[in-house]
Design a protein around this ligand. Structure first.
Ligand SMILES: [Zn+2]
Ligand SMILES: [Zn+2]
Length: 253
């Protein structure tokens, strides 16, 4: 059975109304940017690579004016994907697969550190990034990496324990990850298909959404999964849940 390790791959501070469209502007919030390391007998998988390591030193140059004016980078120096792997005694070349939930800046920012890994992205996501007029940052997706474009559900290690599952809506090719860590215990990493427990409880969509009905449908599917025995949803950017995970470097069981 695989082990699941949460990694803090950055923190973002911004106006709460970015996440909660019904919130009054002027209230700041800080959220984690999670990545997850899956250690499986057949290899390793890193789910999302967080914010680019270089962004803290040069936010405008790395993220661009629009993002840098909305988000303040609030992570510690070692809260990056390579930094977190280093704390576990691992290097990027130890990672067999990288999977990106989607290609927003806070989910694939450190992809370029993984030239030897196979990068698993939904074809629909890459097509959206490549589309004329797309707002995806080309410096993040147009890289000479070992990309593998997948269509729909994907069983990463072939034994059903680590499954990529399409959860479109936030972006056209968004995917979540299901990790079965024991016979009676699994985690569903929602990524941005649902930012937080509060979004789920209030059935609330954020303002960043490519297709609202589709995102709602994906959220409902995740909710139904979360209601099943032995299933824990881990949300995309939930400060309370992240704090409750506690020792973020401990394996989840
Ligand atoms: Zn996103
Ligand atoms: Zn995000």
């Amino acid at each position: 059975m695989p082990a699941l390790h949460p990694l803090c791959c950055g923190r973002l501070a911004f106006d709460r109304s970015v996440f909660f469209p019904d919130a009054a502007p002027g209230v700041r919030t800080t959220v984690p940017v999670p990545g997850f390391l899956v250690i499986h007998p057949k290899g390793t998988l890193l789910f999302d690579t967080g914010v680019a390591c270089e962004a803290a030193d040069d936010p405008v140059g790395v993220l661009g004016k629009r993002l840098a004016s909305t988000f303040t980078l609030a992570g510690a120096a070692d809260e990056t994907a390579p930094g977190q792997l280093g704390l576990m005694g691992l290097k990027p070349e130890d990672i067999t697969f990288v999977a990106n939930s989607h290609l927003h800046f806070d989910h694939c920012g450190c992809n370029r550190w993984f030239p030897r890994s196979q990068i698993l992205v939904q074809r629909a996501e890459m097509e959206a990034a490549r589309a004329p007029g797309s707002r995806y940052d080309e410096r993040l997706w147009n890289l000479p990496l070992n990309w593998r474009l997948i269509d729909g559900e994907h069983d990463v290690f072939g034994d059903g324990s680590v499954l990529l599952m399409p959860t479109p809506g936030h972006t056209p090719g968004h995917q979540s990850l299901v990790v079965q860590v024991a016979r009676d215990s699994r985690f569903v990493l929602t990524a941005d298909a649902c930012y937080s427990a509060e979004h789920m409880a209030r059935d609330l969509l954020p303002s960043v959404v490519a297709d609202a009905p589709q995102m709602r449908e994906s959220m409902h599917r995740l909710r139904r999964m979360g209601e099943q025995a032995g299933t824990t949803l881990l949300f995309g950017h939930d400060p309370e849940q992240w704090a409750a995970l506690g020792a973020a470097r401990q394996a989840l069981r």
